[in-house]
Design a protein around this ligand. Structure first.
Ligand code: TRP
Length: 364
């Protein structure tokens, strides 16, 4: 069986280092590993509209931002199909048929949707489209028969929902020869990368909280954000013992610092364990740790920022790449949709046997 990757992001803002540590960095490695037959990367504009219905301009403006972030990180249109969700109308058709396989109470139990409803104060007025986006996400994943979905931990409920739809669809409509493929989530290996907190220590980086470090941030912006980061409120004097739990600077170091970084920027420590030991013992100031984190992140983000600037010099070319990707994705989606309709036996005009049986019924 082919190995196929699909993943994507909502274009509601530029991508930040949470996206990078949680999924983008891994996608590029997977794309370059040569182990996958196909890689699809989707800009999920239709999903973004499910909770931005009254602000389509925000979504529209961020298509190119996300595309630039992708290319800057090393996603390569020669190796991966980059496309825009709304351009694949087949996804809506798939969603419509999958809706019959999911109950309202099942959607209500989805923890990510629940959290988002709270975050957006939707309680009394949840848009139906938003409520059902896990089903549309199942269409995103199944249209290309994805086997592997590299995502952050918050997306696990969507993969779970997709699996249920795949199993139910195959059991009901294609028991002898399964049509849809069961996907697996691929989570980041390091615990810290699964859910990078905001620079203020809040659980999630989010544009509205203003606690993100963006891939497009300048060197100065990155430095300022790091120097203002939340650490350990009990660590008042350098000599005080510091705490690592919930300490954003150390969580970021967990996600980004490697041994080479210590050799280059902080040779008095062999690795992060030694640095942590000193911090918890007392006698190590926050500023020193923050300066180290700044060196680490600057080294990681500088080449990305430079590539982004290069790609941004030819914006029409970015749209050309997305159009080519969308055309290719649409072809694959049309094929899957036709298999789905055939399995559901709603491909009436292609089904000569069906037409014959109906005419026989009338000849009796
Ligand atoms: N829900 C994802 C997010 O909020 C975006 C997304 C849409 C996605 N469809 C997908 C991710 C399919 C993985 C697979 O970022």
């Amino acid at each position: 069986m082919s190995k196929i990757i699909l993943t994507g992001d909502r274009p509601t803002g530029r991508l930040h280092i949470g996206h990078y540590a949680g999924s983008l960095r891994r996608r590029v490695e997977l794309q370059n590993s040569g182990e996958y037959d196909k890689t699809y990367i989707m800009i999920a504009d239709a999903q973004a509209l499910t909770d931005n219905a009254d602000n389509p301009e925000k979504v529209r403006q961020n298509i190119v931002e996300v595309a630039l972030d992708y290319l800057a990180c090393g996603l390569d249109p020669a190796k991966a199909t980059l496309f825009i969700q709304s351009q694949i109308s087949e996804l809506c058709e798939l969603t419509f048929y999958y809706m019959n396989l999911v109950t309202v109470s099942r959607l209500q139990r989805n923890p990510t949707v629940k959290a988002e409803i709270q975050l957006r104060n939707f309680e009394a007025s949840i848009p139906v489209g938003f409520f059902t986006y896990p089903i549309s996400q199942a269409a995103d994943i199944t249209f290309c028969k994805a086997t592997t979905v590299p995502v952050g931990e918050d997306q696990l409920p969507m993969i779970e929902q997709t699996k249920e739809i795949v199993h139910k669809f195959n059991a009901v409509y294609a028991p002898d020869k399964p049509v849809l493929v069961d996907p697996q989530a691929l989570l980041p290996e390091a615990e810290a990368c699964k859910r990078l907190p905001g620079t203020d220590g809040k659980a999630k980086m989010s544009k509205s909280l203003g606690n993100c470090i963006y891939l497009a941030d300048s060197a100065d912006e990155i430095r300022t954000k790091i120097m203002g980061m939340y650490t350990d409120p009990l660590h008042l004097q350098v000599s005080d013992p510091g705490h690592l739990e919930g300490n954003t600077v150390f969580i970021y170091l967990d996600a980004f610092a490697r041994r080479e970084h210590f050799e280059r920027y902080l040779p008095e420590y062999a690795d992060l364990d030694e640095l942590k030991a000193h911090y918890t013992r007392g006698g190590l100031g926050d500023v020193k740790v923050k300066k180290f984190l700044n060196n680490v992140l600057q080294e990681e983000l500088e080449p990305i920022r430079n590539r982004r600037t290069e790609f941004a010099k030819d914006i029409p070319e970015i749209y050309h790449i997305l159009k080519k990707g969308s055309d290719a994705a649409r072809e694959v989606a049309a094929q899957t949709l036709s298999e789905v309709k055939q399995a559901m036996k709603i491909d009436y005009f292609e089904d000569a046997e069906y037409i014959r049986s109906q005419s026989e019924r009338y000849a009796e």
